[in-house]
Design a protein around this ligand. Sequence first.
Ligand code: NIG
Ligand code: FE
Length: 411
Amino acid sequence: MSVLILNIKQLLQVHDSNVTIVKGADMKELPILENAYIYIDHDTIIEYGKMEDYQTIEADTIIDATGKIVLPSWCDSHTHIVYAGDRTSEFVDRIKGVSYAEIANKGGGILNSAKLLQKTSEEILYKQSLKRLDEIIAMGTGAVEIKTGYGLTLDAELKMLRVIKRLKRESLAIITPTLLAAHAIPSEFKTKKQDYIKYITEELIPKAAELHIANYIDVFCEEGYFDINDTEAILKAGKNYNLKPKIHVNQFNILGGIALGVKYNALSVDHLEELNEDDIVALKDSETIPVALPGCSYFLSIPYTKARQLIDAGLPLAIATDYNPGSSPSGNMNFIVSAACVKLKMTPEEAINAATINGAYAMGISNMYGSITRGKKANLIITKPMDHYSEIPYAYAHNPVEQVIINGQLL
Ligand code: NIG
Ligand code: FE
């Protein structure tokens, strides 16, 4: 199966030599080819160039992309799309003035989703999650990280991991699973948090590792959830089983989670709605990428991550949806790219870098995804006709995506 796309108005994120991350001032550069073609064989990008240099290539499928833009699919490096039902009633309560923290303190929030997921069958959970996955693929997401964390018991966390595994097997999208058993303290452990941490480190992590069913370990490092010592105990246990950290930090309070993440060589530190100088210093010269989640800031009306401070300090930045039922019930990466421009003051080039190559880095897959490079996997978006790629963030809440290709397959 081979695909040839001709007459592409702008081919974005073209790197002849492989890139795996872009940082600081380099994020302003988005290499493009005007009036281009690209040739894909099976799942791999074989050739691309300017139309003026094009010489006939035979292909099974030929697409005329006149007036359209082609770019790597979005890599959404932070989601919780396996969940049961929704939390619409909490949303309405928040509109009426009840805070996210007050809802959580009353046993709502994450615990509410956990209660529902525990009693939802694996089949229903799979179907609800697949619907969300198909929806985000149609909006241009080709790779997605999915976390557990609405199970909070061994059985329910494993149920989530099996659903993620099945999505991975039955969907074309590239999926990386993350174990987030440390997402909240279950009510039965309310007064004995250390017992829950022991349960995670001595039962859940070893079991997930034994089944080879998770790639990463995550912790919600936050007041009222897991403090810095709890987080360290969990990261340490994860490390013993080769689970690299990707952690929730600095959403509401700064506890020192960023420096701790760097100490444990975290792949990413995510949220960062709160940020101080020490955090920036900790991230410098590390391999840990910060990830901003503007959908969460929008939905909870909390500060937006100070992207300018991070990028201007020479750091890389990725952006992701945080798709989940409580703080960001949308997986639309096009909106996230737009919010990054409007609210995080990132240029369209920076936002597209953050949502493609840097998103792939934050998933640990940027050696094969995230740029148009010969030999990389063909995960592509073909947009609707537009004059310039800046229209993607400009026309916010529109769906700019016309067609998607995942691992060389046209959907
Ligand atoms: O990333 N902050 C922790 N976890 C999710 C929200 C979970 C929920 O409210 O269900 C987040 O925002
Ligand atoms: Fe999250």
